[in-house]
Design a protein around this ligand. Sequence first.
Ligand SMILES: [Zn+2]
Length: 182
Amino acid sequence: MSNVHNFQRSLHPSTDLLQQEWSQFNRFHCQGTYPCPVCRHGKVAEMPLMETFACSFCQHIFTTNFDKQLLKMADSQLPLTWYWNGKVWKGIYREGSQVGVVYILLAIAFVLIPTAIIALGVYLFPPMNGSLLSWLPLMWTILTFCAHLFCVIWLIIEYYQFPIFLYVRAIKRKLLSSMSLS
Ligand SMILES: [Zn+2]
């Protein structure tokens, strides 16, 4: 019995040390380079002569908390924060993220209700066959759906500060370079 105790006692410090070393190795620190949690394309590293981090691709600026292993977006009004778990960034969800379902339902309603109203109008008062603008009601319904869907997508992009234009530019650059090579 005492042998087991001794064994456990001798085992504990070494495993603790190993764990410490392992987490030290993977820790988020000022000299490291990490994948960008926003665009998932660029690398985040410390800016020269500054205490902030920046992404090489989307150019977002972040503040850091090395004790808590946190990266916080500094150039956004939204408190977007990520936690470094040693391998990847984990998004820390803000308080009240449970209302996410409500937002999804609101977004669906925002897209579907106006479309349904216009579609109902078209169904109840169909255009006369062969009239000049008989295509307009259907076109209008489709346009309503697309416009409202675009608003929702735009809000999502703005909310997550997704660098969509930088992606488009990067794809263009890649295409151009591959075209000039061939
Ligand atoms: Zn980035």
